[in-house]
Design a protein around this ligand. Structure first.
Ligand code: TRP
Length: 342
């Protein structure tokens, strides 16, 4: 009885787990940072977290090898620079943990053609890369399911565009558990409350995106202060001059969203702060707030990116810890399926 009681307490006390990954496809934007990455930093206090650089996902479209390698180092350095703490949080590079590729095959054999055909991201990417609709692009959700299920997380913090993939992951996990017995925790998508939804500075009806042809449309986390100020000065607004949140004021609404995300002030408080002041002054204030937020990250990133031996040491540590967790789940899945595991 004593034991049963103890184990109940342990279960009750277990911290929730969270896992997410980010593709190394270039320096993220302010939108990626305020909408997702920044929230990961806060999650470390509440949950056992794991974050990975999803390099295997990136090759579903062609990558230039030299550029690709650079981007993997950069994304890993950036995870550290924004404040993810490797002492508390598992940080690793996906391809350095072979279980991801191995688990993908097991899960691919439990993912239906019809399910994959329904994925909006697949349809989207297939139409954009019509000359290269490869098996990997199609099977991408099985790889993502492997990333997730190997670590038994309760939550998967993702943007709305990835929710469909997490839901498919749940379906795959349930299907597997029903066939072979419980192996996987069923994860939930974790859509971050009051995450900032940052829009293009040039067309505020669109999401801010690093693939925008117009560089003035987005703030890259690497932009220097002058560039940031210039881009905000040029941000599209409207023909009024009063700072308030309202319909038909997409540009100003976007700046309010950014300023609010950074300062923690409500829209009303910001409207008061800029009462009687014009758009010029408001834009400068937003730009300065962004510069101040990015400064320490950029400084840290600058130091880390010069130090590949340190980055490689951190990668090796992360991959070692991740592999231990992932192998346990992989072996369990293999055994339940009837494989001879040695
Ligand atoms: N597919 C995600 C994206 O493009 C990245 C990703 C890969 C991911 N594996 C994951 C996200 C596992 C969450 C969990 O943004």
């Amino acid at each position: 009885m004593e034991n049963a009681k103890d184990s109940i307490e342990v279960v009750a006390e277990r911290k929730k787990r969270a896992l997410s990954c980010i593709q190394p496809t270039g320096i993220p934007t302010l939108g990626n940072y305020l909408g997702a990455m920044r929230n990961w930093v806060g999650m470390q206090d509440e949950m056992d977290c794991a974050f990975a650089v999803a390099d295997l996902h990136a090759i579903t479209v062609r990558q230039d090898p030299a550029q690709f390698k650079k981007q993997i180092y950069e994304m890993f350095a950036l995870l550290l620079a924004i404040g993810l703490d490797p002492d508390r949080t598992l940080l690793f590079v996906q391809s350095q943990v072979p279980a991801h590729s191995e688990m993908t095959w097991l899960l691919a054999c439990h993912t239906q053609f019809g399910e994959l055909t329904r994925m909006t991201q697949f349809k989207d990417k297939a139409s954009k890369h019509a000359d290269n609709i490869n098996l990997g692009l199609f099977a991408y959700p099985s790889l993502m399911a492997a990333d997730i299920l190997l670590y038994q997380p309760d939550y998967v913090p993702v943007g709305a565009d990835q929710k469909q993939h997490v839901e498919l992951t749940r379906d795959i996990a349930e299907r597997f558990n029903n066939l072979y017995g419980k192996v996987f925790t069923i994860p939930k998508p974790y859509i971050i409350k009051n995450a900032a939804r940052v829009r293009s500075l040039q067309d505020p009806t669109k999401k801010m995106s690093k693939s925008d042809a117009n560089q003035n449309a987005y703030i890259s986390l690497k932009d220097d202060p002058d560039t940031i100020v210039r881009k905000f000065r040029r941000a599209v607004t409207d023909s009024e001059s009063r700072v308030y949140y309202g319909e038909g004021k997409d540009g100003i609404n976007n700046l309010l969203e950014i300023y609010s995300a950074i300062t923690g002030l409500s829209f009303e408080q910001i409207e008061q702060e800029f009462d009687g002041k014009g758009y010029g002054e408001f834009k400068t204030a937003v730009a300065e707030a962004v510069v101040d937020t990015l400064r320490p990250i950029q400084q840290k990133f600058g130091e880390l990116i010069k130090d590949r031996p340190y980055l490689e040491k951190m990668m090796a540590e992360g991959a070692g810890r991740a592999a231990a967790v992932a192998k346990r789940t992989l072996d369990k899945a293999l055994k339940k399926m009837g494989f001879v595991v040695m």
